[in-house]
Design a protein around this ligand. Structure first.
Ligand code: NAD
Ligand code: TYD
Length: 346
């Protein structure tokens, strides 16, 4: 099979390309990625010399480029990871999120229709369901939970999901969608909670915890997300949504303290800063459907996953130091100091 992975130079897409090449060495993988600030060719490393792998730099919203690539490659499966993915950035520049996340999805699906692609898989997020109250631990997101978004990021992902379902119903496009909880693991861009805390703690810099730190996220090791997508895009029912998560809910404060404990750094590095506007309180996935239909279960416990992630950041300093020393430095200043986060300790 010939598989298109969009956004494969990013965090989850990069892990997914490695997963595919290892699990299905007979399948060829093409990666289309615009190499935005979040895309990094060094993530793909040795794959760049693999004869069963091809990297193409380009924007999924570029219709001409996408059509030419589909005409040339005759893909069997398209799996779309490419997106603007950071909530805080979506508060700054919503339009970019609409272009990549919604229009980009449409352009890819139009090409799938035109060139008869066998499966279009959309990588979505639990954030489309909005949030749950902190005092109702009995509530979880199921595939039937209504869409109820909070940020421009989640609104753009929900819009894309609706388009995907519409292309299935109206045009018969063979689609599937996975909605996963927060991922962590290697190659995670150091603006997101866990890698941000690891890299800042290593430099003995203050760790900015938004609000009270009581918000809850449901953390899944990235390889377990990759195995879920692989199952759904190959064996999942067409037109269906599958929630992905491992029942591993933690408060942000708990996560940050765990990172500090693994690194042997003091909790005095924690700094409470102004809250994120519209901050979702709790995410929690019910993964019953993917377990019952496809037998999927996560393999990595949080305690092991977080240790191996910290080790990865210790052993791959060059990967993240290059990011921290590049353009991202200015972004961090603007997003955090300019936005009043670090300035406005509570
Ligand atoms: P990321 O920001 O690390 O990577 C995104 C990649 O997409 C980058 O390589 C970037 O260059 C590329 N990209 C962005 N816009 C593009 C465009 N217009 N054309 C081509 N390439 C483009 O993101 P991630 O965390 O790896 O997330 C991947 C996908 O998984 C996203 O769709 C996200 O919504 C979804 N998701 C993420 C999480 C999470 O915890 N990170 C959880 C659930 C779902
Ligand atoms: P993030 O990694 O941005 O993922 P998402 O917002 O998509 O869940 O943030 C995870 C949680 O950590 C979220 O509740 C916001 C919080 N957070 C902080 O407290 N401090 C930070 O510096 C960041 C980036 C996030």
């Amino acid at each position: 099979m010939n598989i298109l992975v969009t956004g494969g130079a990013g965090f989850i897409g990069g892990n997914f390309v490695y997963f595919q090449r290892e699990k299905h060495p007979e399948d060829r993988v093409v990666c289309l990625d615009a190499l935005t600030y979040a895309g990094n060719l060094s993530t793909l490393g040795s794959l760049l010399d693999d004869p069963m792998f091809r990297f193409v730099k380009g924007d999924i919203a570029d219709r001409e480029l996408v059509r030419a690539l589909f005409a040339e490659e005759k893909f069997d499966i398209v799996v779309n990871f490419a997106a603007e993915s950071h909530v805080d950035r979506s508060l700054e520049n919503p339009e970019l999120f609409l272009k990549s996340n919604i229009l980009g999805t449409q352009v890819l699906m139009d090409a799938c229709r035109e060139f008869g692609v066998g499966r279009y898989h959309q990588v979505s997020t639990d954030e489309v369901y909005g949030d749950l109250p902190l005092d109702r631990p009995d509530l979880f997101f199921t595939e039937e939970t209504p869409i109820h978004t909070s940020s421009p990021y989640s609104a753009s992902k929900a819009s894309a999901d609706l388009l995907v379902l519409a292309y299935h119903r109206t045009f018969g496009l063979p689609v599937s969608i996975t909605r996963c909880s927060n991922n962590y693991g290697p190659y995670h861009f150091p603006e997101k909670l866990i890698p941000l805390m690891i890299t800042r703690a290593l430099a003995d810099e203050p760790l900015p915890v938004y609000g009270t730190g009581e918000n809850v996220r449901d953390w899944l090791f990235v390889k377990d997300h990759c195995s879920a997508i692989d199952l759904v895009m190959r064996k999942g029912r067409v037109g269906e949504i599958y929630n992905v998560g491992g029942h591993n809910e933690r408060t942000n404060l708990d996560v940050v303290k765990t990172v500090l404990a693994v690194l042997g750094k003091p909790e005095s590095l924690i700094t409470y800063v102004a809250d994120r506007p519209g901050h979702d309180r709790r995410y929690a996935i019910d993964p019953t459907k993917i377990h019952n239909e496809l037998g999927w279960l996560p393999e990595t416990r949080f305690e092991e996953g977080i240790k191996s992630t910290v080790e990865w950041y210790l052993e791959n300093r060059e990967w993240w130091e290059n990011i921290l020393n590049g353009d991202y430095k200015n972004d961090y200043e603007r997003l955090y100091n300019g936005g009043g986060r670090l300035g406005g300790t509570k």
